[in-house]
Design a protein around this ligand. Structure first.
Ligand code: UGA
Length: 437
């Protein structure tokens, strides 16, 4: 099938490559010339495990091309909209500029029977609004909402082997003609057993907002428990292990630490609250305000703990932050809690050095005032305290004995609760976790 993918960022580039891998003829379109030239040479404009290999593999088949020219969408039966919906500046709502621009640019290239398939995370009501726009230009084209659930760091396998597919069609019915077309697009994952649900437009849009809100709530729940554990001398990791054994609760997404960041969860819960407000349902989501507040409190808590760890003052203390990305196996620093903590420490007088295996370039663009050092051993040299803030494998497996001679003072704050506290203490370190003694 001929497919166009509009928007080639973290979502679209992976989606385009995966659609080609599934056997389709794909053109990826983006307004960013640099991104398109990188992708055209089978280079990924961001770090995502397995993406470069996949781009090389599918480009060799001739089934994947990239361009900045939107007219290349003409002739495709399915047009995926994969552009970003960032938070509006100074407001909670989502900035729909890119979605609207993509849809509008597509209009002159639509033919009867075409599907415009939204994958971006959007406020509920967007699909119906875009359907009107599309119909005004091409009455025989359809809009479908097909939310994406991929996680950065696992994006390729999440796209090729999704845990569910949601098709939001205008009448919410199995017999909508778009369903058969999307069944063909996703033939391989469906044959491999991926469950699929056909819904109406608003339900499909809400599935995504609800899923991310639930995940954010789960993380903030355990971080709230971490606050209570800190106040009462309990251990939040053991608490999470114990409650997670109840399979109605589950242990996943119960990792207490510095909280969630990234380009999705923080802005999605805010956009969801803003949209609910517009719909007159704001009371239903006031708890998300608390979820957000608990999450932001983690960052201040880490700054306070670091001050305690450094003997009561941050002034002039050399702090090494291990990890800049919002999560491991990604170079994404959007709303990264690690960087926000690093910047606050620096503001309060500490001399901060940040290291990360992949994200330093992006980090330096956002926080030019911080100092960056790619080599971990150089970064920790003569440090007064280490802060593990993004749990890359290389930081999880650090040898506490080997590092002793490099640092000025053997103090470590484990912002992700991933180190073996006893082992570090036995090696002579002052160890602090979050929500644990
Ligand atoms: C999230 C969702 O997990 C995906 O399902 C969704 O498709 C995606 O957003 C999106 O909307 O596009 P992602 O942002 O890649 O995916 O990252 P997550 O794995 O959800 O992690 C988000 C943040 O929560 C990270 O900062 C992570 O460190 C933090 N986290 C996660 C915790 O602090 N504790 C946990 O137990 C789990």
């Amino acid at each position: 099938m001929r497919i166009s993918v509009i928007g080639c960022g973290y979502l679209g580039a992976v989606h385009a490559a995966c659609m080609a891998k599934l056997g389709h003829d794909v053109v990826g379109i983006d307004v960013d010339e640099v991104k398109i030239s990188e992708l055209s040479s089978a280079r990924a404009p961001f770090f995502e495990p397995g993406l470069v290999e996949l781009l090389q593999e599918v480009q060799a088949t001739g089934r994947l091309a990239f361009t900045t020219d939107i007219s290349a969408a003409a002739g495709s039966l399915v047009h995926f909209i994969c552009v970003g919906t960032p938070q509006k500046k100074g407001e909670n709502g989502a900035d729909m500029t890119y979605v609207d621009a993509a849809a509008t640019a597509l209009l002159p290239h639509l033919a009867p029977g075409d599907l415009v398939v939204g994958k971006s995370t959007v406020p509920v009501g967007t699909a119906a609004r875009l359907a009107q726009l599309v119909k005004s230009s091409e009455p025989a084209a359809e809009v479908v909402w097909n939310p994406e659930f991929l996680r950065e760091g696992h994006a390729v396998s999440d796209t090729l082997h999704p845990d569910r597919l949601v098709f939001g069609v205008s009448n919410g019915s199995e017999d909508h003609p778009a369903v058969a077309i999307l069944d063909e697009v996703y033939e391989a994952p469906l044959a491999a057993g991926a469950p699929r649900l056909v819904t109406d437009h608003p339900t499909a849009e809400l599935v995504k907002a609800a899923a991310n809100s639930f995940l954010a709530t789960k993380i903030s729940f355990i971080n709230a428990m971490a606050e209570v554990c800190e106040a009462s001398g309990a251990d939040v990791t053991q608490l999470a292990d114990a409650i997670g054994m109840d399979d109605r609760i589950g242990r996943k997404f119960l990792h207490a630490g510095i909280g969630f960041g990234g380009g999705c969860l923080p802005k999605d819960i805010r956009a969801f609250m803003a949209r609910a407000g517009e719909l007159g349902a704001d009371q239903a989501l006031t708890f998300l305000r608390e979820v957000d507040a608990i999450n932001m409190r983690r960052r201040t808590r880490v700054v306070e703990l670091t001050r305690e760890l450094c003997g009561g003052t941050l002034l002039g203390k050399r702090i090494t932050v291990l990890g800049a990305a919002f999560k491991p196996d990604s170079d994404d620093v959007r709303d990264s809690p690690a960087l926000s903590i690093a910047a606050q420490l620096q503001l309060q007088g500490a001399v901060v050095t940040v290291t990360d295996p992949k994200a330093l370039e992006n980090a330096a663009k956002r926080f030019p005032e911080l100092q960056f050092e790619p080599d971990m051993h150089d970064a920790i040299s003569r440090a007064d305290a280490l802060l593990l803030l993004t749990e890359w494998e290389k930081y999880r497996t650090m040898d506490p004995y080997a590092l002793l001679s490099r640092v000025e003072s053997a103090r470590i704050l484990d912002g992700r609760n991933v180190l073996d506290a006893e082992k570090w203490r036995a090696a002579g370190w002052t160890y602090r976790g979050l929500g644990r003694v």
